[in-house]
Write a protein that binds this ligand. Structure first.
Ligand code: KG4
Ligand code: ZN
Length: 338
């Protein structure tokens, strides 16, 4: 069994050719970071157009690298939800077209479940059952996972995603896009207690998150309440570092607190964590401290599989084993929390 996986949910165009034991035979990722940097965030129209230009060369490169003949593929798997509508459409249309041309079945991938599956790809044995935390640019969600494909949604953000908050704070401090890596780098030399930023809903029973209040608190701290003009703001590097460190501490405290509570409530032996923000060193460190203290196993996606990629699309192998194929009228589902 050999599959082709396609990922175009947001701003990376990616394809991979994967054998049934999970071995990656070929892969290619074309990032759009440079295209969106001047806007300090992903512009959906720009993203969709860039996917159109890149999708076929990316698929071609992954296939050539693998040496696999397209007509010998077992299936073509594509992330059809959730994501930006225009971006998703490019991947889904490409996958459907190739499925018809090569007469190969189609498999649908839930991008969020794939982010969690990146943890399984790095583990020696099964990571299920577990609590799964997805922290990305578009989502912050907690699941109770019985298997790679049997996930119960426990809760998620009711406004901004964790990664989105990192990107917005980076934009306020003019640190470039994507903001997460820049904020975490500065945070490492800042004082986490310099500002007492809000940890919204941290003590609430439910598993929902809210980061928009935190984002506003950071904004008020920089420009003053009710103001939005950042042009006159002059901050020293240390002041920026202290803001980043205090902001990061607030995000991480909430993520760690809710995750460890879910592990205890559902009595799972482990926590798995995927998505772009899972690359954050302070989050990784604090999660490990919680895991050691509470006695659960922590599996975080490897660094190269945290941000969007097609390799985590190996989750499609699990679907194929269950005989779960998609029909050619497969549609996209853009807005979805779970
Ligand atoms: O999973 P991903 O590549 O795309 C989505 O599915 O959204 O996540 C991208 C997000 C961006 O918001 C980016 O700023 C954030 O992940 N990110 C980080 C770090 N590296 C990437 N956030 C915090 N710390 C990092 N080191
Ligand atoms: Zn993602």
């Amino acid at each position: 069994m050999t599959i082709l996986t396609i990922e175009s949910t947001c701003d990376e165009t990616a394809a991979a050719v994967i054998a049934d034991d999970g071995t990656v035979l070929g892969q290619c990722i074309a990032t759009q970071e440079a295209l969106h940097a001047e806007f300090q965030g992903v512009v959906p129209e720009v993203a969709a157009r860039a996917h159109v230009e890149r999708i076929m060369p990316v698929i071609d490169t992954a296939l050539r690298q693998s040496g696999v003949r397209p007509d010998t593929l077992t299936a073509i798997a594509v992330a059809d939800r959730p994501g930006l509508a225009g971006s998703l459409l490019v991947g889904v249309v490409a996958a459907k077209t190739l499925a018809v041309a090569w007469d190969i079945p189609l498999v649908s991938i839930n991008h969020l479940h794939a982010h969690l599956y990146a943890c399984q790809l790095a583990a020696d044995s099964t990571v299920y059952p577990c609590i799964g935390l997805v922290v990305s640019g578009g989502h912050t969600s907690l699941y109770h996972c019985q298997s790679a494909l049997d996930l119960d949604y426990l809760g998620g953000t009711i406004d901004d995603a964790a990664g989105e908050a990192f990107d917005k704070v980076a934009a306020m401090l003019n640190l470039g896009f994507p903001g997460g890596p820049a904020v975490s780098k500065l945070a490492a030399v800042g004082d986490r207690r310099a500002h007492a930023f809000p940890r919204s809903m941290i003590h609430d029973e439910h598993y929902n998150f809210s980061f928009s209040g935190l984002k506003t608190a950071v904004r008020y701290c920089i420009v003053g309440p009710g103001k939005s003009d950042f042009s006159a703001v002059r901050l020293t590097e240390q002041e920026k570092a202290d803001l980043c460190a205090s902001f990061e501490a607030a995000v991480v405290d909430v993520l760690v607190s809710k995750s460890r509570r879910a592990v205890a409530a559902y009595k799972t032996p482990r926590l798995i964590v995927g998505g772009g923000v899972a690359a954050n060193p302070y989050l990784r460190e604090q999660l490990q401290t919680a895991a050691d203290a509470d006695g659960f196993q922590l599996v975080i996606a490897p660094m190269d599989l945290c941000s969007d990629n097609a390799v985590m699309g190996a989750i499609a192998l699990e679907k194929i084993k269950r005989g779960e194929f998609a029909s050619l009228d497969l549609d996209i589902t853009a807005g979805l929390q779970r």
